[in-house]
Design a protein around this ligand. Structure first.
Ligand SMILES: NC(=O)c1ccc[n+]([C@@H]2O[C@H](COP(=O)([O-])OP(=O)(O)OC[C@H]3O[C@@H](n4cnc5c(N)ncnc54)[C@H](O)[C@@H]3O)[C@@H](O)[C@H]2O)c1
Length: 518
């Protein structure tokens, strides 16, 4: 299967738009096809709407965004794409017909996947040319923020297709879940539908409103589900003996039964109750407003889970590790670290230095791009104090990776610890501001590293803050300072040589005092 540079989309509604936003954000070009020409404007709007949340997902260096093109001609899309994702309405004959048509045009090494919520791949691939390169790749709305994609092969799907699809989806930050047997509804929709049926029953019988039923999830199980599924949670509920005790205690309830599962008739009364109930929950907020709220908390949850390296947080970490690797090794991701990243295309020393802006002239390293998130704002409506430390810390992480201090280095028991920091505030950072951090090495010796970070606003390059720091190289097991690895030191020296040509920053070496200071 080929390397994916261009993703082809067939159908650009809610799901096609979500795929476009995710792929573009992670540097993949998108060629989108829809029968309706007016979908181009809609699609561009959907991509723009996704961007604020996507931009806050990670502060790891990102590649240059992909470019989006649109066509109403399916052939143009199928000829240009390296991977095709179909997202047209959930109707088997229509999907079969369109997938067959696409498969006659696309080269045989192009994977063709369907976003279908519940149709089975064997049915979908029935009339395709080279059906072995077809699979279901079922995403979740919003596709640009939820990492899950269920991969399902049909009778004619080759294992290589599932593998290639998994590689591509992981590359754009997703968690491919291989559904080993095809069943209608795959795994997740089957589970979701079971809950939904019970909701419809309870609303129908007047047991509860839609709002009350949603409360029964969001204040309880919903919080647990974000990182542990029903099974592991029930294992915990069984006490020391886990699932065995849980089944002994609650197993009999399964026979009572608490649930009905067979869906009730969708009468007009039931439809009205569902619609009125959800309108009451929306409380006058538009779909767009609610989407923004949903996107903000989805980003925040993933960042929290990232700290625990669990579930979607582990996926985010894996994505970030890949982005950091690529920012150093892949010239195509030069935009990752701003203008100065052009240096990664140069020789090894200048790549490590990242400073070759012009002959003979150094420049501070531009190591971090980020956007101020709503939860970073304090009651004064600007970015709160400790976030400055976080951003300078993230810039240090990027510097460490650049000079070869990575997971393997830390596993050997060595790392730099910060021993002194001084933040000087020059301006305010507001919610949604795009920021970047540059870092200048001031001095390096066997054990110490002295740096000055500058935090700038991207819009006008205004200086928001500086952070001067001293870092000490330590042997973590011994709890003592020790000499830095020679290869790391050589890379730091290469950067320092460039940075020594820069004027010494006025902010360096300041102390805090009420009296006039030198
Ligand atoms: N909406 C969800 O939450 C969700 C989640 C996961 C998967 N899915 C699946 O994704 C698919 C698309 O769902 P959606 O919600 O985006 O639908 P949608 O109605 O929002 O979009 C479908 C798009 O397909 C276009 N289209 C129709 N026929 C076409 C054709 N012959 N060629 C090209 N374009 C065509 C339409 O113009 C429309 O823009 C469905 O299979 C659905 O089951 C939906």
């Amino acid at each position: 299967m080929r390397k994916v540079k261009t993703l082809g989309l067939l159908g650009t509604g809610v799901i096609g738009g979500g795929w476009a936003a995710r792929a573009l954000h992670f540097g993949i070009d998108v060629i989108a096809a829809d029968v309706k020409p007016e979908m181009e404007a809609w699609l561009r709007g959907a991509v723009a709407n996704a961007e604020p949340a996507l931009a806050r997902l990670t502060s790891a260096p990102l590649p240059r965004k992909g470019t989006l093109s649109f066509t109403t001609d399916l052939k143009v899309m199928a000829q240009r794409a390296d991977f095709i994702q179909e997202n047209i309405p959930e109707q088997l004959p229509l999907k079969q017909r369109m997938l067959a048509e696409v498969s006659r045009i696309a080269a045989a090494d192009v994977v063709i996947a369907s976003s279908t919520s519940g149709l089975t791949p064997t049915d979908l691939q029935a009339h395709m040319t080279a059906p072995e390169r077809f699979c279901v790749a079922h995403p979740f709305n919003p596709v640009y923020l939820l990492p899950l994609v269920e991969l399902v092969g049909g009778e004619k799907t080759s294992p290589a297709t599932i593998e290639a699809a998994a590689v591509f989806f992981a590359y754009i930050g997703m968690h491919p879940l291989h559904v080993r047997r095809e069943v209608p509804g795959h795994l997740t929709d089957r589970l979701q539908e079971a809950i939904w049926r019970e909701i419809l029953h309870m609303v129908n019988e007047g047991v509860a409103t839609t709002g009350e039923l949603d409360d029964s999830i969001i204040y309880g199980p919903g919080l647990r589900w974000a990182a542990m599924g029903t099974n592991l949670i029930y294992h915990l509920a069984g006490g020391e003996t886990g699932m065995r005790h849980m089944l002994a205690q609650f197993g009999p309830c399964l026979k009572w039964p608490w649930t009905k599962l067979e869906a009730p008739e969708l009468t007009e009364t039931l439809i009205d109750r569902m619609v009125e109930g959800t309108q009451a929950q929306a409380a006058g907020r538009s779909i767009r407003e609610l989407e923004r709220l949903r996107d903000d908390y989805l980003v925040a949850i993933q960042q929290t889970l990232r700290q625990f390296d669990i579930g979607a947080g582990a996926t985010l970490r894996a994505l970030e590790a890949r982005l950091y690797r690529d920012a150093v090794t892949d010239p195509a991701s030069a935009a990752a670290v701003g203008d100065t990243a052009a240096a990664v295309t140069g020789d090894a020393a200048s790549a490590a230095a990242g400073t070759t802006r012009g002959a003979g002239g150094g420049a501070p390293l531009r190591l971090l791009e980020t956007v101020v998130r709503p939860e970073w704002i304090d009651y004064n409506r600007h970015m709160t104090d400790f976030r400055y430390g976080q951003l300078f810390g993230n810039a240090m992480d990027a510097l460490y990776r650049r000079v070869g201090i990575d997971e393997a280095y830390r596993a050997r028991g060595h790392m730099y610890y910060s021993v002194e920091s001084h933040v000087l505030h020059r301006g305010e950072a507001k919610d949604g501001d795009s920021l970047y951090v540059t870092t200048q090495l001031l001095s390096v010796d066997d054990k110490r590293l002295h740096v000055l970070h500058r935090l700038h606003r991207r819009r006008d390059d205004a200086l928001i803050a500086t952070g001067e720091q001293m870092h000490l190289h330590v042997d973590m097991a011994a709890g003592k300072a020790c000499v830095v690895d020679a290869a790391v030191r050589a890379r730091l020296d290469a950067i320092l040589e460039e940075h020594a040509k820069l004027p010494r920053p006025a902010e360096a070496g300041r102390r805090i005092s009420l009296s006039h200071q030198a």
